[in-house]
Write a protein that binds this ligand. Structure first.
Ligand code: 13P
Ligand code: SF4
Length: 311
């Protein structure tokens, strides 16, 4: 069967739009109507006018799309694709900070469950966190769940007092700093681009720290000919596409991209396949359901992100 053709037919039949994150496999990116970082995809989900959204990403992304579109059907081709960091926060941490500080904002990285969002004041993604947090009136910021993104923000916002939680992304945290140093030694003119989910010891090696969309723009538009990239390898597909080298011999590309030897792959994003995307359109399985007890509060936290980011 030609899955691509069948998916196109089912999309038309069901008025469906496919959203995909840069971390999914290349062939899944290729069937998407929109590919982006988590902020772009949340914004896109909020403005779509279709009946069905198929979200090729991890659970919190589908959940966010549903929070922003309660009346639409949101399908996850692989409902088992979770983000481990999303669960790395306990309500007690928030209760303790709220009891301790009057002037507190609970800032929740979008990589979190809807329940964690419902306990929080505002969501952020790595591409809008600096803008949103710097404009918050509160001095004290409890940043959940990611300690590394929180620490990176705190270093740029010395007037704020940050309280951290100990969540992390297993993929970015387990990246081997020696492999990055080895690449730097082999390619001394290369610029090092890393995601802020990387721990301090990796960020210390970087020339640029930013969300996946920022990393892609730097790699495509930057003056350097070589780049060492510290994030999930899926971003390479978009970089090559924007440079016009997709499907061509990478040796012909004037720019070179190097990833750590232990290739960073998000195992959960990788669970999503073209076949599963087709299957969910056929069967309607994998529909995102929200908990009615927490959805309104979670939605408010998420819509505040869109509102504050647009200011
Ligand atoms: P972006 O906000 O850069 O898309 O990152 C999402 C993510 O899950 C990174 O691990
Ligand atoms: Fe979660 Fe890390 Fe995968 Fe991003 S790369 S979805 S933070 S596990």
């Amino acid at each position: 069967m030609n899955y691509r053709e069948e998916i196109e037919r089912l999309k038309k039949e069901q008025d469906a739009v496919i959203l995909a994150h840069f971390y999914v496999d290349d062939d899944v990116q290729d069937i998407a109507d929109y590919i982006g970082d988590s902020f772009f995809l949340a914004k896109k989900a909020a403005e779509l006018e279709c009946e069905t959204i198929v979200f090729c990403g991890v659970e919190f992304m589908g959940e966010s799309a549903k929070l922003l579109n309660p009346e639409k059907r949101v399908l996850m081709p692989e409902p088992d694709a979770g983000c481990p960091m999303a669960n790395m926060i306990y309500k007690e941490v928030i209760d303790k900070a709220r009891a301790e500080y009057d002037d507190l904002a609970v800032v929740c990285y979008v990589n979190s469950t809807a329940e964690a969002k419902s306990w929080s004041d505002v969501c952020v993604t790595s591409s809008n966190a600096l803008k949103i947090v710097s404009n918050l009136p509160q001095k004290n910021i409890l940043f959940i769940p990611d300690v590394h993104l929180g620490t990176w923000l705190s270093q740029q916002l010395p007037d704020k007092h940050f309280i951290f939680n100990d969540g992390f992304c297993p993929i970015h945290e387990s990246m081997d700093v020696q492999q990055i140093r080895d690449l730097k030694a082999e390619h001394p003119n290369a610029k090092v681009l890393v995601h802020p989910e990387c721990p301090q010891w990796i960020r210390d090696e970087a020339d640029y720290i930013g969300a996946t969309s920022g990393i892609i723009s730097q790699a495509v538009e930057g003056d350097a000919d070589e780049y060492i990239i510290g994030t999930v390898v899926g971003v390479k597909h978009e970089i090559e596409k924007r440079l016009g080298y997709l499907g061509k011999d990478p040796a012909d590309c004037p720019k070179k991209f190097y990833f750590p030897k232990t290739t960073p792959v998000c195992v959960n994003m990788r669970k999503i396949t073209v076949e599963k995307t087709y299957n969910c359109l056929v069967t309607g399985a994998g529909e995102v359901q929200l908990n009615p007890e927490t959805e309104d509060a979670a939605r408010l936290t998420l819509t505040r992100m869109l509102e504050y980011a647009a200011k």
